[in-house]
Each structure stands twice: as C-alpha cells, then as structure tokens.
Design a protein. Structure first.
Length: 269
C-alpha cells in the first residue's frame, strides 16, 4: 500500500530534513606553514639538526595525513628549502581563503643550562601580549625574521574597527584549534606539556582564519632534539596534529550546520 501524504504535510516533512551547507560539503582548505627555510635555519640541535629541516619534514607528513584521512585541500607556504619572508606567508595564506592555518616550528633555549633542562610541546594562538616570559621569548625568536614594523595603516578608524570585529570569531576558533591540537600532541607523544599559550607572533597576525603556531619540541634539548630527527617521531607528531584538526573541524561543522526546522503542531479542528 502506498502512503500518500497531504500536500501540507509533505512540505513540513521536507522542511524537517537536515539541509547541508556548501561549507560543510566542500573539502577543508588548510594552509600548512613550515617555519624558516633557506638562509633562515632557525634553531639548532646539539648535533647540528636545523629547525627549518625538521619543520618542513613534519609539515609534509602533516599534509599527507590531512589529504588522505580528512580529504582536505592542503596548501604549503613552502615545499622546499627556500627563504620566505613572514609577510609573504601571511599574504599567501589570505589569498587561499583557508579554513585554518597551522605553522610548524621547533623551540630552543639560549644557555647551556636551560638547553639541558627545558623540553616539551607548546601550542600558540595570537594575542597582543604574551602569556608569560617563555611565550614572549618564543615570539621574539620567531619574529626575528619579521620586518622592523608592519608599516602605518592607511585604513580609516571605521575600517580598522570592522576588520577587528571580523577577526573576533577567527580568534576564538584559534583558541579552540590550539587546544584540540595540543591535547592530541601530548597524548600521542607523552611529551612534557608546556601548555597552550598566547603571544604576538608576526606570522599569526593578519591571517584571516583560525591560526595556530605549534612548537613541536625543544630542538636544543639533547634528548628531544634527537627524537625530532627520527622519522617515527615526526610521523607521530604529524598524526596527532592532523587528529586535532579533525576534532576541531568536526566541532565547527556541528556548530555551523543549519538546524532542522521544527514541525508545527496540526491545528485542532
């Protein structure tokens, strides 16, 4: 027997079906930024391993996981050992209109005593002021390649306010992305948890999407520096970051998906 619904009931049933948004259907677009490169080697391990090489190796592994497991469209700010100014990384990212931005770095300590003692993983999102002295030092080191100043803004006061308002949600999502990635990294590596922190990183300032910078370990530490050189450990780091991204994207899509319309109760005759 075929069930025939009255026209009005049929319309209400269709309204109740969940609708999908284009943003939820299309693959996530992600910019992955391997820190340093070319004549900018970054930090160095006790055995001479360079941050620029580790960040590129982990970034490529991360790209592979994001593409294969999430079906994401991944764009790299650099795919080889080349110099790339921080301002060009930001410009490149914004041209891609990504859903999120992940910058990969290794941390370091300045003195022999601290290099022998300090290790662990830190994940950052943007703030005008640093969370603590460690966060300030990390931002200062990574910002050493930045221009002396960003230059005077030609925008009107109104345009500046509108730009700031547009970035508010991206900033809140940057915090969520940082925590999602950091939790997965600590669980997967057993590394020392140095926390989710905030700092004024140049490369995060101006990216028009949720953006984080991951310090995947202290390359200056004898043991952690050796681990960062190993393919197996790099793979573990990349897998964990990809899993954090997956968790974040799932949360955002649940939040942003249109809610099904409610069925109106039939009128009493």
């Amino acid at each position: 027997m075929t069930l025939r619904l009255p026209p009005l009931v049929g319309v209400l049933v269709l309204l109740c079906l969940p609708s999908s948004s284009p943003a939820a259907e299309r693959p996530a677009r992600i910019v992955v930024d391997p820190g340093h490169g070319g004549d900018k080697g970054g930090a160095t391990s006790p055995t001479g391993l360079l941050e620029k090489d580790v960040s590129l190796q982990v970034a490529k592994r991360l790209r592979d996981h994001l593409e294969e497991e999430l079906g994401a469209q991944v764009l790299m700010t650099r795919e080889e050992d080349q110099s790339l100014p921080l301002s060009e990384r930001v410009e490149f990212s914004n041209k891609q209109r990504p859903d999120l931005f992940v910058s990969i770095h290794c941390n370091a300590m300045p003195t022999r005593r601290t290099r022998a003692r300090v290790q662990g993983i830190e994940t950052y999102f943007l703030s005008a002021s640093a969370s603590n002295a460690t966060a300030r030092a990390a931002a200062d080191r990574e910002n050493a390649e930045a221009p002396a100043a960003r230059g005077a803004r030609g925008d009107s006061t109104l345009a500046f306010i509108l730009h700031d308002l547009a970035r508010t949600e991206a900033h809140q999502d940057s915090s969520r992305l940082a925590y999602a990635i950091h939790q997965k990294l600590i669980a997967a590596t057993g590394g020392s948890d140095r926390g989710v922190l905030q700092a004024p990183f140049y490369v995060l300032n101006g990216v028009e999407a949720p953006a984080v910078l991951v310090e995947i370990g202290y390359i200056s530490h004898p043991e952690e520096g050796s681990k960062l050189a190993r393919a197996e450990y790099q793979e573990r780091l990349a897998t964990a970051i990809a899993e954090g991204v997956r968790v974040f994207l799932a949360e955002v899509r649940r939040r942003d998906s249109p809610k099904p319309a409610k069925v109106a109760a039939p009128a009493t005759p």
